[in-house]
Write a protein that binds this ligand. Structure first.
Ligand SMILES: Cc1ncc(C[n+]2csc(CCOP(=O)(O)OP(=O)(O)O)c2C)c(N)n1
Ligand SMILES: [Mg+2]
Length: 800
């Protein structure tokens, strides 16, 4: 690990020791890059991306990174990770080999490509560790610039901890908001929209966010002239420079090979950022990339001879070495020896990591070879499988398991005790393999939403009938009073209490730190929520209309939804996204893109309440648990009257449990959200025809009907109609798959299952546009009627 340099207290000898130690870290890191690339090129790892050329600035950054601080960075940061202790050389190689043992690769348990860093914020039971005592790295994602949205929230948390005294009791998350959130990003990735959005947001919020740009002049093969106006990111961001009487940034520019100036710059920049909560940009220029972008190609293809020569001369390690010799910090011979030792050391660590990766697989390989040989009993094809596996040097688990499965298939017509042994082995291992490769899409810890006490809504006889929005308002009020960690923000959410008044009056009551307006910036509204949630707070990030979720879907899908999986429950972000959707008016205010959501947000709970009381019950569950969720309220439901439960802040609606709104015997109609009211209306009309509809509200699409109530209903009706207002084959196809396949509803049907969705286009503006585009009561009645006609045309003659 690196050490701080405090010139006022250091002797020259101490100073030398620190610098030499830094140099050793840099050299070891470079060796890891060189060796890592070889490991890929010789086939031991699948892909490699390394931090060579960026070592020296990262040492400087590591010096000012303190316990409690946070990083949101990208795949070039290995030197920083080694210098802070966020990662070790051994862990680095374990991740390169995709070792699925979380002890070997604590960042991702082999789930992420190499150089994707993360520290473990959680205990095994999903509860928080003390994050003020450690150096924290939020889990990297591979998408360029994807770290920026989250960075805003990590920094904003410090501001809240500093300014909101009610949070003082949260000792494990902050010490008076003194923590800095460090972001790193490549020069090319600053071209991404989310970079500019995050940059502006932090300037507005004035939060302790320190962005370092590692500027090597390229984004893979594309040079700066195609990336950045004026080819200079700090130059074009000059308008953000704070001035007398304005907010803004402090902007620094420093060359990536100049160790002493880098150390000074970081010291100055971070002191300001930490103490005064001024965001800073440190533009680190003249950085190189000695091995090119990644193992996927060579940079000779796109860099000129002159550029390659310049890079060799300006290699930051070469430059640091020159400076150390010139400054009498070390002699050439001493550094030669240090480099030799470092090389050996890294090689040894790499070997250990490789052997550890293979250890458990080797055992499995030997077991499977033995079992297949026992089973073969003269069968040539089975013996061949065993021999092939036995001779596979450094077999992967895939090869071992595939051999076992093939042998089981080939011997299907020759049952034997030996075959049973092999089958038992394979089936016995399934749980272990699932745990290794498929587990922890959610935290599933002590605070899982499935462990929240279920509390029924209570109503007094004289209970008030209120507008839906007032029910929500009462729910939020009760929860904000109960839990100081809760806060909400979004466009128009603060002063006016959101466009539909769910938060009306709550800013006045709880203050601007807890109920606040945000700029029009959906990606970083979500990112703000993710960062806050990773630091122990309980944010509700509002997306004004569901249609605008598309502006944030990348952040939700790449970052929030994958967080638990990609860290194997090492980190969590219990963020609630609140939005409103389904039918209202026009192409961008009637969206119900549920299929898109279901496809992209596995790892979040998706709640689709039919009214505001159900929504309140879901919020009550979610606020008391720690997994991320999206709640979609019905846009057209805020002014409908609902009865206020006496325990509006307490009663819970469980996730994954449907509600049967109306019992019936002829057709099971499954729906959710705004179409549900129409289904109820249609059911009334169908009664006149003697058709009895059972109406099921699924309530949450993820998870979906855990008790298989839909199939149970089909036992009675044998007919299934699914109604929603997504595109044809959107969420309705998802529901169909769940009921027919997972719940085995297929066997219970006496006619073809039916879906009724909206048209493929978005609805035109106006009531007529809605009528001709989204399912109407007429449509539902007629489709249900047609289903009855199909089975009994005499009793239900064709309508048309
Ligand atoms: C959203 C997204 N677009 C494209 C890519 C492919 N990609 C990976 S790295 C990279 C270049 C990034 O360049 P830069 O930000 O300068 O970082 P450097 O690798 O040079 O350090 C690209 C285009 C990606 N990972 N994510
Ligand atoms: Mg670059």
């Amino acid at each position: 690990m690196t050490n701080e340099i405090d010139a006022s207290e250091l002797s020259f000898e101490d100073f030398k020791t620190i610098v030499i130690n830094d140099y050793r870290i840099a050299v070891e890191s470079r060796q890891a890059s060189l060796l890592g690339r070889k490991e890929v090129l010789t086939g031991k790892a699948k892909f490699g991306i390394f931090g060579d050329g960026k070592e020296v600035p990262q040492l400087a950054m590591a010096k000012v990174f303190k316990n409690g601080d946070w990083r949101a960075g990208y795949y070039r940061d290995q030197t920083f990770a080694f210098a802070t202790g966020i990662s070790t050389l051994k862990e680095f190689f374990a991740q390169l080999y995709a070792n699925p043992d979380v002890n070997a690769d604590p960042a991702s348990a082999g789930r992420q490509m190499n150089s994707h860093f993360a520290t473990r914020s959680l205990n095994d039971d999903g509860t928080w560790k003390n994050l003020t005592e450690v150096k924290n790295s939020s889990a990297d994602i591979s998408t360029t610039g994807g770290q920026m949205a989250r960075l805003v929230g990590l920094a904003y948390a410090s501001k809240l901890f500093k300014q909101n005294k009610e949070l003082d009791y949260l000792k494990n998350f902050s010490v008076n908001g003194n923590e800095v959130a460090f972001g790193t990003i490549g020069n090319g990735s600053t071209s991404e929209g989310v970079f500019f959005e995050a940059f502006n947001a932090a300037g507005v919020l004035q939060v302790p966010m320190a962005i370092s740009v590692w500027d090597d002049g390229y984004g893979i093969s594309v040079p700066a002239k195609y990336q950045t106006t004026k080819e200079d990111i700090s130059e074009i961001l000059k308008g953000f420079q704070r001035e007398e009487g304005t907010n803004g940034y402090e902007i620094f520019k420093v060359r990536g090979w100049d160790y002493p100036t880098l150390c000074e710059t970081y010291l100055k920049a971070i002191e300001l950022c930490r103490n005064e909560h001024v965001p800073v940009l440190i533009h680190v220029t003249e950085v190189t990339q000695p091995q090119g972008h990644s193992t996927s190609g060579s940079h000779e293809r796109y860099k000129s001879k002159e550029r390659l020569e310049w890079e060799r001369e300006h290699d930051c390690i070469v430059k640091m070495r020159e400076w150390m010799i010139e400054s009498a910090i070390a002699t050439k011979e001493e550094l030669d020896e240090l480099e030799e030792t470092a090389k050996k050391h890294v090689k040894e660590v790499q070997k250990e990591a490789w052997n550890e990766f293979l250890d458990t697989i080797k055992q499995e390989q030997a077991d499977v070879v033995r079992m297949i040989n026992n089973l073969a009993n003269g069968d040539a094809s089975l013996s061949k499988i065993a021999a092939q596996l036995a001779s596979t040097h450094d077999a992967l688990r895939k090869e071992v398991v595939s051999a076992a499965r093939k042998a089981i298939r080939l011997s299907v017509n020759a049952p034997s005790a030996e075959r049973e042994v092999l089958i038992n082995w394979y089936q016995g291992k399934t749980e272990f393999f699932t745990e290794l490769y498929n587990s922890k899409l959610f935290t599933e810890g002590l605070e899982s939403p499935f462990k929240v006490n279920q509390v029924a809504a209570q109503y007094s006889e004289d209970g008030k009938m209120l507008d839906g929005r007032e029910i929500l308002n009462a729910c939020f009020d009760a929860n904000f009073a109960r839990d100081a960690r809760l806060l909400a923000f979004g466009e128009d959410l603060g002063a006016i209490g959101d466009v539909n008044q769910g938060f009306a009056g709550l800013q006045a009551k709880y203050g601007e730190l807890r109920v606040s307006d945000a700029g029009i910036r959906e990606a970083t509204i979500v990112g703000q929520g993710i960062g806050l949630a990773m630091r122990g707070l309980r944010p509700i990030a509002e997306i004004q209309y569901l249609d605008y979720l598309l502006y944030a879907i990348n952040v939700l899908s790449d970052d929030l939804a994958t967080l638990s999986y990609r860290t194997k429950a090492g980190q969590k972000a219990p963020l609630i996204i609140r939005s409103r959707g389904h039918r209202l008016e026009g192409i961008w205010h009637s969206g119900s893109p549920m299929g898109m959501i279901l496809g992209s947000l596995r790892g979040m709970h998706i709640c689709v309440p039919r009214n505001m009381t159900q929504a309140a019950g879901m919020y009550n569950t979610l606020f008391r648990s720690d997994e991320p969720a999206l709640v979609i309220e019905c846009l057209n439901g805020y002014r409908l009257k609902e009865k206020l439960p006496d325990n509006v802040g307490e009663f819970t609606v469980p996730l994954g449990k449907v509600e049967t709104i109306k019992e019936g015997t002829d057709i099971t109609v499954v729906s959710y959200g705004s179409t549900l009211r129409l289904v109820e209306e249609a059911a009334e009309e169908l009664t006149a025809f003697g058709i009895s509809i059972e109406v099921i509200d699924v309530q949450t699409l993820l998870p979906f009907d855990l008790e298989h109530a839909c199939a149970k209903s089909l036992q009675k009706t044998n007919k299934l109609l699914i109604v929603d207002e997504d595109v044809p084959g959107g969420a309705s196809a998802f529901i169909l798959k769940n009921i027919l396949e997972d719940q085995k509803g297929y066997y219970l049907l006496d006619g073809k299952p039916q879906t009724l969705a909206a048209k493929a286009h978005r609805p035109p503006y106006g009531s007529d546009g809605d009528y001709f585009s989204k399912p109407s009561v007429d449509d539902i009645v007629e489709v249900a009627y047609a289903m009855m006609n199909e089975g009994n045309p005499e009793r239900y003659p064709k309508l048309y």
